[in-house]
Write a protein that binds this ligand. Structure first.
Ligand SMILES: C[S@@+](CC[C@H](N)C(=O)[O-])C[C@H]1O[C@@H](n2cnc3c(N)ncnc32)[C@H](O)[C@@H]1O
Length: 266
């Protein structure tokens, strides 16, 4: 039973062009009920913790955790006196205190990529905080995200004979989590009703500086390409050449992956 959009005081923010499209697929999979207890990991600035807390209502409970104290303070400042059954705490989602309560639902929007380096272990630990019969839903940009960019960067590196940088890029690409790997881990954890879905999201950008400074690409994605270079002046040269050639590697597609699974009843 969902609160209809026109009655929601805490809808997913329309102007958030990254978190909201991922939160939408999270909400698509999440089965909520009034009175549910929910843990939202890597809650950031509160997407989708506020939205979920409103849905579970005053008989429910919601806890948002983030590793960075600034994010927790930001959430508390947004919350003020609203939704008193929602609280925010600073915690590392990979190492939550063993005496933390168990939840009906665990969510993490744009969270799974931060489970590294031991993603499998982190997932196992986190599912341990689910009540029997509880559901976990996580979203992340999976393998395939912005592949056209990585292929173009790789070609630029190859044409300049930058073997070391190419190797570093290949390592980065291989390290990214795939939806199939995630499914396998959930199966190994004996979770039930596992659903893994991928939803493409096109990011629009102009060439040159518009591409290099695009808020959704810089910091998190393009940054990783720069990190493949020891020589940052060379990195700028290569990335500028790539950015000027944008029309040859569009569309820019992120793959939104949603994982949903249920802990077996005991
Ligand atoms: C991409 S944001 C996602 C935030 C929010 N859920 C959203 O959809 O906008 C990632 C957040 O994960 C937090 N984070 C990263 N690693 C974490 C960890 N190990 N434990 C808890 N939070 C973490 C960061 O501080 C950041 O606020």
């Amino acid at each position: 039973m969902k609160i209809p959009p026109e009655k929601q005081a805490w809808p997913l923010p329309e102007e958030d062009y990254w978190s909201t499209p991922f939160a939408e697929i999270l909400m698509h999979h999440l089965e909520l009920f009034p009175g549910a207890s929910v843990l939202d990991v890597a809650c950031g600035h509160g997407v989708p913790a506020f939205h979920i807390a409103e849905q579970v209502g005053p008989t429910g409970q919601a806890l948002g955790v983030d590793m960075h104290p600034g994010q927790v303070l930001r959430c508390r400042a947004t919350q003020k006196h609203h939704l008193p059954w929602l609280r925010f705490e600073q915690a590392d989602m990979r190492a939550l205190p063993a005496d933390l309560e168990k939840f009906d639902r665990i969510t993490g929007n744009l969270a799974f990529m931060f489970f590294r380096p031991e993603r499998h272990q982190a997932l196992k630990r986190l599912t341990g905080f689910l009540k029997p019969g509880g559901q976990i839903v996580l979203t992340f940009p999976c393998l395939g995200t912005f592949d056209s960019i990585w292929q173009r960067v790789d070609r630029e590196m190859a044409s300049r004979g930058l073997n070391k940088e190419q190797e570093a890029l290949a390592e980065y690409i291989a390290e990214r989590p795939s939806s199939e790997q995630a499914r396998q881990w959930l199966e190994e954890l004996a979770m039930e009703q596992i659903e893994v879905s991928e939803w493409p999201l096109e990011i629009k950008s102009g060439p040159g500086q518009a591409f290099l400074n695009h808020p959704l690409l810089r910091g998190g994605f393009l940054e990783d390409a720069y990190e493949c270079f020891e020589d940052q002046a060379l990195a700028h040269e290569v990335m500028n050449a790539v950015a000027d050639d944008l029309s040859n590697f569009t569309p820019l597609l992120a793959q939104r992956c949603a994982l949903s699974a249920w802990r077996p009843e005991e």
